[in-house]
Write a protein that binds this ligand. Sequence first.
Ligand code: ADP
Ligand code: MG
Length: 728
Amino acid sequence: MTGNESRVQAIYEITNREPIAVKEPEKLEDLWASNVFSLNKMQASLPKQVFKSVKKTIQSGEKLDPSVADAVAGAMRDWAISKGAMYYAHVFYPLTGLTAEKHDGFISPQGNGDVISEFSGKLLIQGEPDGSSFPNGGIRDTFEARGYTGWDVTSPAYILETEQGATLCIPTVFISWTGEALDKKTPLLRSISVVDKASKRLLKLLGSNNIATVSSSCGAEQEYFLIDANFANTRPDILLAGRTLFGKPPAKGQQFDDHYFGAIPARVQAYMHDVEEKLYKLGIPAKTRHNEVAPGQFEIAPVFESANVASDHQQMIMTTLRDTAKQHGFVCLLHEKPFAGINGSGKHVNWSIGNSTQGNLLDPGDTPEENLQFLAFCGAVIRGVHMYGPLMRAVIATASNDHRLGANEAPPAIMSVYLGSQLEEIFNQIKDGDLKGSSHKGVMQLGVDVLPPLTKDAGDRNRTSPFAFTGNRFEFRAVGSSQSVSGPLIALNTMMADSLGWISDQLEAKLGDRKAGPEEVGQLIQPILQDIMSKHGSAVFGGNGYSEEWHTEAVEQRGLLNIPTTADALPFLKDPIIKTLFESTGVLSPTELESRFEVYAEQYILFIDVEAKLVTDMAKTLIYPAVMRHLSESAGAIANLSEIGISVDKSSVEKVAGLAKTLLEGANELETAVQKHDFDSVEDHMQYCATTLRSMMDSVREAVDTLEGEVADDLWPLPTYEEMLFIK
Ligand code: ADP
Ligand code: MG
């Protein structure tokens, strides 16, 4: 097919698609967690003592007692087989950010020619996927490439139903034979445990006696785009890079705002319904939201869960969104910026810490003790954001998120924390040693007086902040839509643990072995918070994060770092402060941290390399030929017309000819530039990608996008933004 024939064909097929009927909804109680080997199911199928042991393990996050593993494995296998599963898989989360699985059959041939289904405790607890093809950043040489997976008891096993059949999936950690973490789950579990210990220590110092396990929670709002598969299939950029490398913004974009709360096309509705049903079966409490700004963009958000489970569920949500889209003739784009000039996609990671005895520790509460506790924990966050801002920037650094951060629709690449005007005022008063709280005339006494209730006004939300307090949690808004949430959660938990530890150290030094009442503790904590505010208060910012003034003020007056690209951000993983943070808390050893830098840097370089090659390929083999056809047709017409004495305006042809030259030169230059591989360091290579290659790609794109507005539409080979965003 030449010219726009493939486009026309795609549109024809799309408009004639038989919509997949919305199924009769099943009863939620029949659906809910039906594919999860939940605590209830374990209780029903395990001997009492075994169940007790497993439950304890889950609640404390310890290793499963090997003596009960066989019984658990047996019950799990019987349940899985009853659900039609023939296979089981250890599911793990390598540093690529994707989800990996190692499948095995339950079937075990016997010496006598019979087969039995076998699944022992040993197979449940530990697997050995070869896994040598996963990036490990130098931790393993290939001759010792063995990696082990081990069941994470705190995340339940489940059945995954696909067109190929049902599989029992067991969430696991993935570690090297020397015990180093090769995955995203292991450090997350460690960070959950250190923030628990640090929280308990401070709570005890603040006067609490009965303190349950403190866990961190996460609720991640996921944005995504849906476009018809027919369009995606004719665009190599979408297929291979997940975004459009060329494309002129449509005449009608989001400025009309009619997508906002707009009617959802029937096809999309059927898709969403299907996604929700699958997620409910997996026990994932996700619900579609209709509040995104771009045409073709949607959002799904689960109710928050404990960080580890939420993180596994987030991976399952991304997989389900992608797989279900295929069944409905769509492609689901999780890329942060699939369309230039159109709002991008983020993943707001809502995060808090709390337990069953003290409740949500980031909830201000309305008694003096709760206020005291809240201000201490909130102060810890402020200190964390200021000290470890570059880490927060590094954990959201990817080639794709670079397109979003710092643009005027997404949080800036400067890390700051938004508290809301009331809370900011309270912390400023603490800083000045003059805490009044607005309802008090005199000076307020922490631990005795009650803070005025903080209004949770939705209008008070600051959308321009990368990290915002939203009433009882913080919302990390700068996280990319395609990212695993583990990295951000690890950073938040670990920096929190460090800050809580610091506050406890200060408090302990003042208290010694004494136990003090709330009044005295309040007096002691105030100067500690004051100290935090004077050293770290510059990270608190309530104004417009998109503005030019903020960029200047942040950097020049407050000394905050503006870290625009991944190439600038990743090297902070090698910063001594960050190394010490991870080493002192035990969340990542220096080797593990170094390996993460290596892997993420390599991924960044690969990503840009693929895109740059695609730009040259598409420019030379798709766009340039179309432009030449256009020119040759136009030249023919001009010649014919002048032969019969009609004069023609040649300016458009001249413009197109000029752009064609720019396009070809740009593509050739880029083609040569991609070949360069002799760099002194990975850092240099990343900078080369971020500056030289990216700007060359942008120049080619500029020529192509201008040409799209000049070349005859029936010759243009790529589906346009209008078509992809509006035809469903
Ligand atoms: P928004 O206005 O940002 O859409 P929502 O109240 O709908 O806010 O919540 C967004 C997400 O935050 C949901 O996933 C929700 O479950 C989660 N969330 C709510 N409270 C907490 C909390 N204490 N800790 C973590 N996540 C939370
Ligand atoms: Mg939100």
